[in-house]
Design a protein around this ligand. Structure first.
Ligand code: F6R
Length: 605
């Protein structure tokens, strides 16, 4: 979703901010803009479409000359994508420019009051009310005006402000939308995420809700609404800038698929001691709970579906899954005996955050499985388990998903041991299955060329079904989502046993049915489903386990993945399906890293 960067220093602000905006492109956007402060003037350029449009327009504008400025990539919420609705927004007199992420829920009310007072609005955005309010209340003291203005806003915001009266200073404030400050040498930044400035500094300060920042090239001052200064710790980003670059790959998605063995290793190894999974340091008293609820959105939810099956199987505790966007409004029955596992790559998904607040208000404890360190979800949770996948730039998650599944496996095994459901031998056996994941993922990546050929064969299909049973069905949900979101091909995932209750009506000659057959205890069942769709003319691409000879006489094409205990296959099974989605989308010339209408981090409802 929208991206923000602010810079102050001695360098060329235009160049640095445009570079930051390029790095924020992955979040998904439809227009972009930049404002630069030059002595006591602010100049601005905005453009609908790609950052490259903005770059060529900016290059023609020699007024964008200065050492301090703000930039934004917009994902439209209020008002169509257009030059006028793009950020930054300026006050009518040109004194203020602001960029904003989030949604101002009471903007209509504020707007009509300001219009009554004679203020003229240019755009259809909710954001413009902030800049007009700043201008309306400004009495020469920007800190005071900023506090007063934000106190009138309802909803969520991360804002960056330039004021013509404060050369060399950028201001920021936030509530329920991420904003971090980058601390450099003789230059400082703010941004919606680290990727915007990680090539220039790795030292960051997290701005918390209801905090404000006044940033010059040599000083960062954080204060609260009483103007009391707040001392904040700096933290250092551990990943390298190369992690946020393509490093020779054509797309971030392919790079991130290929990084999965390393991401799994980084996630698993620190949690294994003496051949056993160990989450003791979290301090969770697992015996306290009589049920587990897993909630998340999209792929993270599908990772949760894998987790549900494995946790319930091993721990013999009731595990329920629900998408966060439904859970938040359903008044679910939850109490202090419910442990809620919340899963999120970005740690900023609005519905997931709302679900956390809902379950915590009912007394539940929350364990967050999250990738972005210091994110809102990581901070809200009672316990946080990080997936160490590194930055994920492609909108479609890959290594984010597999590392979430790995954490859920580890959690299941650890909890089962603590609950006395498995003995030490089983604990060691299951742990060794989990420890083998990186190596199995690496071997699965050897299917790359073969999957590419299958994508060449099948990329013109109009509709593709995925079927599987039990854990394989959970993997189908993710495989189908991957395909539809980046290739725009209609796709559905079905529990194979459900086919004959309706969906089989859609199976006809030439329909491709991807059949996931890795949960071997149910192999005969899925084979009979394959026979049912074949009998109606479908083509079948089967995913099965090495050594499975039977499948060759049933399916048109077969992909085999390395064998392990059937409970711990999903994190590997998904890899050929990710590759399949990638190459189908590539064949169809889709914008793989930035699929249409999608954003990396869904920070609005
Ligand atoms: C799909 C995808 C999304 C996310 C979902 C949740 O490839 O990436 O479905 O999984 O938007 O996002 P996070 O995990 O950041 O909460």
């Amino acid at each position: 979703m929208c991206g923000i960067i602010g810079f102050t220093g001695s360098g060329d602000a235009r160049e640095i901010i445009l570079d930051g905006l390029k790095r924020l492109e992955y979040r998904g956007y439809d227009s972009a803009g930049i404002a630069i402060q030059n002595k006591n003037e602010i100049d601005m350029v905005k453009a609908q479409g790609k950052v490259d449009n903005l770059i060529s327009l900016s290059n023609k504008n020699n007024k964008l000359d200065g050492h301090c400025g703000i930039g934004h990539t917009r994902w439209a919420t209020h008002g169509v994508p257009s030059d006028v609705n793009a950020h930054p927004h300026m006050s009518t007199d040109g004194k203020f420019a602001i960029v904003h992420n989030g949604i101002i829920e009471n903007y209509a009310e504020i707007k009509s009051k300001l219009i009554e007072k004679g203020v003229k609005f240019l755009s259809e955005t909710d954001t413009e009310v902030i800049v007009q309010l700043l201008d309306y209340y400004y009495d020469g003291d920007l800190k005071k005006t900023l506090v007063k203005t934000t106190s009138m806003l309802e909803g969520s915001y991360a804002i960056g402000v330039l004021c013509a009266d404060y050369p060399g200073t950028i201001f920021a404030a936030k509530v329920a939308s991420p904003l971090i400050i980058g601390v450099g040498v003789g230059e400082n930044y703010f941004a919606s995420d680290i990727t915007a400035f990680v090539s220039r500094t790795k030292n960051v300060i997290d701005l918390d809700d209801y905090e404000f920042a006044e940033i010059t090239k040599d000083k960062v001052t954080i204060f609260d609404h009483n103007f009391k200064e707040i001392k904040k710790e700096e933290r250092k980003i551990t990943w390298d800038v190369a992690a946020a670059e393509k490093s020779g790959y054509e797309h971030f998605m392919l790079k991130e698929i290929m990084e999965q063995p390393a991401a799994l290793k980084a996630t698993i190894e620190p949690r294994v001691k003496d051949g056993k999974v160990n989450f003791d340091e979290l301090g969770i008293d697992i015996k306290k709970y009589d049920r587990i609820l897993i909630t998340a959105c999209g792929s993270a939810y599908y990772a949760g579906c894998v987790g549900r099956d494995v946790i319930e199987k091993l721990c013999r505790i009731h595990v329920h899954t629900e998408v966060a966007s439904e859970l938040r409004y359903r008044d679910p029955i939850i109490d202090e005996k419910t442990l809620v596992l919340v899963i999120s790559q970005s740690g900023e998904t609005a519905d997931t955050i709302a679900a956390i607040k809902e379950v915590q208000s009912k007394g539940a404890d929350v364990v967050a499985i999250v990738n972005v360190v210091g994110s809102t979800i990581a901070k809200l949770a009672n316990y946080t388990i990080y997936t160490w996948a590194g930055p994920e730039i492609a909108v479609a998650t890959t290594k984010g998903y597999t590392t979430q599944v790995a954490v859920l496996y580890m959690f299941a095994v650890w909890a089962a041991f603590k609950l006395g459901r498995i003995d030490e031998n089983k604990m060691e056996e299951y742990t060794s299955n989990i420890v083998s994941l990186p190596e199995r993922a690496q071997r699965t990546l050897d299917l790359n060329t073969r999957v590419k050929k299958l994508a060449d064969k099948y990329h013109e299909k109009q509709s593709i079904f995925f079927i599987g049973r039990y854990l394989d069905y959970a993997v189908c949900l993710e495989g189908s989502l991957k395909l539809k979101e980046i290739s725009y091909i209609h796709s559905e995932a079905y529990a194979a046993g459900e086919l004959k209750h309706g969906t089989i009506a859609l199976i006809e000659k030439g329909r491709l049915v991807v059949s996931v057959c890795c949960y071997e205890p149910l192999l005969d069942k899925i084979i009979s489903n394959i026979q049912q769709v074949k009998a109606r003319g479908a083509q079948v691409l089967a995913l099965a386990i090495e050594g499975n000879k039977k499948i060759f006489s049933e399916a048109d094409d077969v992909l085999l993945v390395p064998k392990a205990n059937e409970l711990f296959m999903a994190a590997v099974e998904i890899i050929p399906l990710q590759l399949f989605a990638y190459y189908v989308a590539k064949n169809n010339k889709c914008d793989i890293d930035k699929p249409k209408n999608l954003a990396k981090s869904v920070t609005v409802e």
